[in-house]
Design a protein around this ligand. Structure first.
Ligand SMILES: Cc1ncc(COP(=O)(O)O)c(C=O)c1O
Length: 395
């Protein structure tokens, strides 16, 4: 058994990947710096092409962050006051936050106790409750691929179809995950992601993207990310002799991915599949070594997760976090306060009978260090820390 606490364990070790990619990243950044094409340089389009191919979508549109990636399709669909958008509460605030930006109402739905993702039966009950009340019009479902595993898309997309709703896959944590070999876009109208550095596919700052098979939607979102500039389709019905960005057809925003970030992401995307495999090997090893001691994660059948987080449940989660800290093992609780329990969101509705699973899981889950460069001896030390805590608790 180890005796001295360690001080070198990262929750996510971004620098290990940095060391691996070395001069490839340096060269990518410098090529942008020396080119002068800092905004919408050629790497942006190249990256969008590579991302669409990776995510099995026809089109990818990069943008400034994963939050904007969620609002862009909502804006393109004209979501507004009086519209209901159904989403989980057990997620990062961004998932629900974009809805009131547009004056629409988020309706929070409970999660499945095993996968932590949207519970399809509570989703349907929530849609029916909104319809029965008759005050809001159901428009969109945002499913989240929490901790990296795909939501139950076959069930959720059939509910979306049944009620005529759009479906967004918020894949900020799960971009790269698959269900029976399909990426979420197979079922969703759009899949969104975030390139926040700690995400499985992260850049060196902020970034995001929307994937879709719908060219018209892509074109409108392309306009919205550049202040509502005229698109090719807009210009087919009117002539404009200047830069189309000065013909503002829509109320848009500024949400571009920096060229430097696109250049970095091109390098990172090249090793992403391999990193997903490694993450899965590490998660399987955690499962094997921790299985008898704590509740370990379970994936929906046919899923490959990106393991944005490796999340366990054990009694006295906060006591474990404190104990782990004494041994130099960083942990994190995602998410200690579900969105519907945050004061500022308390005015928004929740589905029938509240969100008991969400509320109980928020106090029970804790995530352990997880990244593709976690070596076995460090993982053994983390496992030992969990086992020691569980053993102590039993005494
Ligand atoms: C589920 C989920 N959705 C959306 C976002 C927003 O992404 P960003 O931080 O790039 O705006 C995040 C990022 O933390 C997330 O985890």
């Amino acid at each position: 058994m180890s005796t001295l606490p360690r001080s070198d364990i990262g929750f996510i070790d971004l620098l290990a990947q940095r060391r691996r990619l070395g001069t490839r990243i340096d060269d990518a950044i410098l090529s942008v710096v020396n080119s002068g094409a800092y905004i919408m340089g050629p790497q942006v389009q190249a990256f969008e092409g590579a991302l669409a191919e990776f995510g099995q979508a026809k089109y990818a549109l990069s943008c400034a962050n994963g939050t904007d990636a969620l609002v862009l399709p909502l804006m393109a669909w004209h979501i507004r006051t009086g519209d209901a958008v159904f989403c989980p509460s057990f997620t990062f605030a961004a998932t629900g936050e974009v809805v009131p930006w547009l004056g629409a109402t988020p309706v929070f739905v409970d999660i499945d106790p095993v996968t932590y993702n949207l519970d399809p039966s509570h989703l349907e009950a929530s849609i029916q409750a909104v319809l029965a009340e008759g005050k809001l019009t159901p428009k969109v479902i945002i499913a989240v691929d929490l901790f990296g595993q795909p939501a139950n898309y076959p069930a959720i997309s059939s509910i979306a179809k049944k009620y005529g709703l759009k479906l967004i896959a918020d894949s900020a944590q799960g971009f790269g995950s698959t269900l029976e070999g399909h990426h979420p876009i197979h079922w969703a109208d759009v899949a969104t992601t975030s390139f926040f550095p700690a995400k499985p596919l992260g850049c060196y700052g902020d970034g995001g993207a929307v994937l879709t098979d719908d060219y018209n939607l892509w074109e409108v979102m392309d306009s919205l990310r550049v202040h509502g500039k005229a698109t090719k389709s807009d210009l087919s019905t009117q002539s404009f002799e200047h830069d189309p960005k000065y013909l503002n057809i829509r109320i848009g925003m500024n949400s571009r991915l920096d060229t430097i970030q696109a250049a970095i992401l091109l390098e990172k995307l090249a090793i992403f599949s391999e990193e997903i495999d490694t993450r899965n090997r590490i998660a399987a090893r955690y499962n094997e070594l921790l299985g008898g001691y704590v509740s370990v994660p379970t994936l929906i059948e046919g899923a490959v997760s990106t393991w944005a987080q490796y999340t366990i449940e054990l009694p006295n989660r906060d006591g474990f976090a404190a104990f782990a800290r004494t041994r130099g093992v960083p942990t994190a609780a995602y998410y200690p306060i579900p969105i519907h329990m945050q004061k500022v969101y308390s005015r928004f509705p929740v589905g029938p009978n509240g969100l008991p699973v969400t509320e109980s899981k928020a106090g029970a889950v804790i995530s352990l260090p997880m990244h593709p460069y976690l070596d076995e001896s460090t993982q053994d030390y983390i496992v030992e820390t969990v086992r020691l805590f569980v053993g102590r608790n039993e005494i």
